[in-house]
Design a protein around this ligand. Structure first.
Ligand code: SF4
Ligand SMILES: [Zn+2]
Ligand SMILES: [Zn+2]
Length: 311
């Protein structure tokens, strides 16, 4: 596009872009996706779930660019502290300084606030948990994922968010689609964000404006914009299925550029064939223990609380 040195060579599109042009093209794609996923026709509060990492940092910065000046939009950034020593504290610092830099309101909650065990305690007692209940999930991420979802719901409640924005990039989306497909769980993929309608009464729909942006490009934009980010990987990530899927998707993409787009496009095609009205939203009630939304009598988070034996 110009004479500046390219920072990325997009095998999937054949383009070479400098940092400035990459930023511009990413912003354009995010804007297009945002308009598709979010129609603002009344005062709207957007909770942006941030982690201190590059994806949510770029998401927040793009949203501030694209809709931050609108008088009918309130953007709040929220972070869930899982209680992972060495990993979470520095990333919360990065998240806070990002919000400072962008002038965005910042709120947090922690697993402890939500009556969960801190993740470090879950990890430390995993052997004991499994001994008590051999059926219990073996990997820390299975607990963390459920608790974090509840944490994000709590943050959304705090500010009465109309919508929750998540920083999933193209690689994340492609990994999830492939993971669900290989597990035979197409239904799960159909429920993935973006939600055009409320996935359940009382729950803010999720949007994922970065869903077409490759992880590497998100990272380059974060660097180009000088966003404060914490670029470490959670010590529990290794061993998780997603970790292996990362390699699989990266290998497939290198072998045949465009694979990631293809995976996400096939999800959209499946969705188009099966309208969202088919989804079993009617089955969703409230958990008899904690009152949060659940399709079962006792919600997944309460079930996990029982497993880890907390409070
Ligand atoms: S890698 Fe697993 S344990 Fe670590 S933050 Fe993510 S979900 Fe939680
Ligand atoms: Zn250029
Ligand atoms: Zn519950």
């Amino acid at each position: 596009m110009c004479r500046a040195p390219a920072v990325v060579s997009q095998a999937y599109s054949g383009q070479h872009l400098c940092a400035k042009h990459l930023d511009r093209s990413v912003r354009k794609k995010v804007g297009r996706e945002l308009r598709k996923q979010l129609s603002i026709n009344k005062p709207t509060t957007v909770l942006v779930a941030i982690s201190g990492g590059k994806d949510s940092a770029v998401l927040l910065s793009m949203l501030v660019d694209l809709i931050g000046n609108r008088p009918d939009v309130r953007i709040v950034a929220g972070c869930v502290d899982e209680g992972i020593e060495g990993y979470r504290p520095p990333s919360i610092v990065a998240a806070a300084s990002l919000c400072d830099m962008l002038g965005v309101e910042f709120i947090t909650t922690s697993f402890d606030d939500q009556d969960f065990l801190a993740m470090d305690e879950v990890t430390a007692s995993l052997d004991a948990i499994l001994e008590r209940n051999p059926e219990a999930p073996r990997l820390p991420c299975s607990y963390c994922g459920v608790f974090r979802r509840q944490g994000i719901n709590a943050l959304a409640d705090m500010v009465q968010a109309d919508v929750v924005a998540l920083g999933h990039n193209l690689d994340d989306m492609a990994q999830t689609v492939l993971m669900n497909l290989t597990a035979g769980e197409v239904e799960r993929s159909r429920r993935l964000a973006p939600h055009t309608d409320r996935p359940a009464e009382g729950l803010a729909p999720r949007i994922v404006p970065l869903r077409w942006i490759p992880e590497q490009e998100v990272h380059l934009v974060a660097l180009h914009r000088n966003l404060p980010i914490h670029n470490e990987v959670c010590p529990n990530a290794e061993g998780a299925l997603r970790w292996r899927m990362r390699d699989v998707v990266a290998t497939l993409e290198a072998d045949r550029p465009g694979t990631r787009h293809g995976l996400v496009r096939s999800l959209d095609a499946i969705r188009a064939m099966t309208p969202p009205s088919d989804l079993r939203t009617d089955a969703i009630g409230t958990c008899e223990r904690c009152g949060s939304l659940s399709s079962r009598a006792v919600c997944k988070a309460c079930e996990m609380r029982d497993l880890v034996g907390v409070k």
